[in-house]
Design a protein around this ligand. Structure first.
Ligand code: SF4
Length: 242
């Protein structure tokens, strides 16, 4: 796709989920951006490290995809490293906010590292930033929206309250019509172990599948679970469908 002079750069997109409750407050459209230079040991999404083109989309195409989803509270950008594409996001972020949607961003950078003009502009349209590298030795399963203790949650507007951090993390299972199940959110090691036992044949590990979702299982019970619905697992409550 050829860009005209002055147009926003294209976004390199890994994938998206139209509705998720596990990646920020309320039901959210979640966009995984492709490309991360930080390469944290134990990263949940190593398939998003490579900067090679995966799905190149214009800002307008991404915005139209988001706008087609009704009733969501906002958009979450994750990755990969969203701020590696700040020059495109500076065009997307205000459009998201102008639709009345909130914006949350997961970044591997600390807030004080985001000094470029483009990054600062994106931040002026952002409600919540979860910032900092994932550090495996600092892993904590009980911190809401964070994988490791060093990561910080910054509430940049008054739209949401830090009291939300007292709620438990959730893990979400999104089951496609073909039976492919995607796990998103913050699963504990115990839950991951349980999943690997239940779906051993198709389990993919972080080191085994650079170009595939980091944790994805083919659901053996696909006839029972067809329909593209998502099932939410709460650590101490309802279990999911299997
Ligand atoms: S910053 Fe995020 S996407 Fe990048 S390597 Fe670290 S955990 Fe993975």
């Amino acid at each position: 796709m050829r860009r005209k002079k002055g147009q926003a750069p294209l976004l390199n997109v890994a994938r998206w989920i139209e509705r998720s409750e596990a990646n920020g407050p309320g039901e959210r459209f979640v966009l995984w951006l492709q490309g991360c230079p930080l390469r944290c040991l134990g990263c949940w999404n190593p398939d998003t490290w490579d900067f090679a083109a995966r799905n190149l989309m214009s800002v307008d195409q991404v915005m139209a995809t988001i706008a087609a989803v009704r009733g969501i509270a906002g958009v979450t950008l994750t990755g990969g490293e969203p701020f590696a594409q700040a020059r495109a996001l500076r065009h997307l972020a205000p459009q998201i906010r102008s639709q009345g949607l909130s914006l949350m961003i997961f970044t591997g950078y600390r807030l004080e590292e985001l000094t470029s003009d483009a990054a600062r502009e994106v931040l002026t349209h952002t409600d919540i930033v979860v910032a900092g590298r994932f550090i495996l030795s600092e892993r904590d399963e009980f911190l809401r929206w964070r994988g490791s203790r060093n990561q910080q949650v910054h509430f940049l507007t008054e739209r949401y309250s830090p009291t939300m951090l007292q709620d438990a993390n959730i893990t979400e299972f999104i089951i496609a019509r073909n039976g492919e199940m995607q796990v998103t959110g913050f699963p504990s090691e115990a839950l991951l172990g349980e999943l690997r036992l239940k779906f051993p044949v198709h389990a993919r590990t972080v080191s085994g599948a650079r170009r595939e979702p980091a944790y994805s299982w083919k659901c053996e019970k696909r006839l029972k679970y067809e329909g593209g619905r998502s099932v939410v697992y709460r650590p101490y409550g309802v279990s999911c469908c299997f």
